[in-house]
Design a binder for this molecule. Structure first.
Ligand code: GDP
Length: 281
């Protein structure tokens, strides 16, 4: 499986992450609420070892609300401070500060017992490409937030954004790579648009999505396109093409066009809120 990650890119990303993580107290890890496991980096536990952590299920507006709750509870049970967020609208962002305090409680208490008051906590955002890191930084830090340490000639290298007096956020997020060894993970990440489609062609990917959707959300295809969801996934794709007038010059269904349309409608949430990975009971 290749997508945009080549061994050289991965080595660089890992080295950068290892350097940056030394500068912070806390790692705010973002994953995609539609595929919370596939959206995580396989090495995050060792990369962030010894640091406080919170896990943000981003793009929660596109995911199944019941599953958002179930996943948040699952991760919390597992000992991770977790929450759901819509970084684009800002929904859920207000929970982040109290969660940081919760995740960093020991450090804050340790500082206090040593007589150090109000030392700003330092945090970084990390996650795979397209998970919403830049959007989250804007939403969390606020457009008006001051960048510190960026006086010309004074500071080179990392820049910090002050989020209130007590928190500083590294202005560049840590870019993490996804799992490479699992084809299903690659398919899910392609379906949600976190990696380029090239792992499968669009029609194959659309057929994977149709098969999954029929099992997990059986009404969606017939309700959205007014078609029968029976038969092979490819036949269903052909019906979507006809229903949406995706036709070739001779009038035959253009399944390539229908695949692109279906994927786009899924990714943008127009098919409804769905979660590809079900939380364990
Ligand atoms: P990055 O590569 O991790 O920095 O991701 P970006 O911040 O550039 O976001 C990738 C895309 O996802 C952009 O089109 C964002 O507008 C979109 N996006 C980010 N967060 C959310 C969210 O919570 N909900 C939705 N619907 N879209 C989001």
């Amino acid at each position: 499986m290749d997508y945009q990650w080549y061994p050289g890119h991965m080595t660089r990303a890992r080295r950068q992450m290892q350097e940056d993580v030394r500068l912070v107290d806390l790692v705010i890890e973002l994953t995609d609420a539609r595929a919370p496991l596939s959206g995580r980096n396989p090495d995050i536990d060792s990369l962030a070892a010894g640091k406080s952590r919170i896990l943000v299920l981003n793009k929660s507006d596109l995911a199944d609300p019941e599953q958002n709750k179930a996943w948040t509870a699952f991760f919390r049970k597992d000992g991770l401070v977790a929450c759901e967020v819509n970084a684009r609208s800002g929904n859920g962002i207000r929970q982040i500060r109290p969660m940081i305090a919760e995740a960093c409680r020991e450090k804050i208490e340790r500082d206090r017992s040593r007589g150090i008051m109000n030392r700003p906590l330092r945090a970084m955002i990390a996650g795979i490409p397209n998970v919403g890191k830049s959007t989250f930084i804007n939403s969390f830090a606020g457009k008006a937030s001051a960048k510190t340490g960026n006086k010309p000639g004074v500071t080179r290298g990392r820049q910090w954004i002050s989020v209130e007096r007590t928190l500083q956020l590294l202005d560049t997020p840590g870019i993490l790579w996804p799992r490479f060894d699992d084809r299903q993970v690659g398919i899910r990440l392609a379906e949600i648009g976190c990696i380029r489609d090239e792992i499968l062609d669009a029609q194959e990917l659309a057929c994977e999505l149709i098969s999954w959707m029929r099992a997990a959300y059986p009404q969606v295809l017939s309700e959205r396109y007014g078609i029968s969801p029976d038969g092979t996934a490819f036949e269903v794709l052909g019906r979507i093409a006809e229903a949406r007038r995706c036709l070739k010059a001779g009038g035959e269904p253009d399944c390539g066009k229908a695949a692109a349309l279906l994927l786009d409608e899924f990714r943008s949430g127009r098919l409804g809120r769905m979660t590809l990975e079900k939380a364990p009971d």
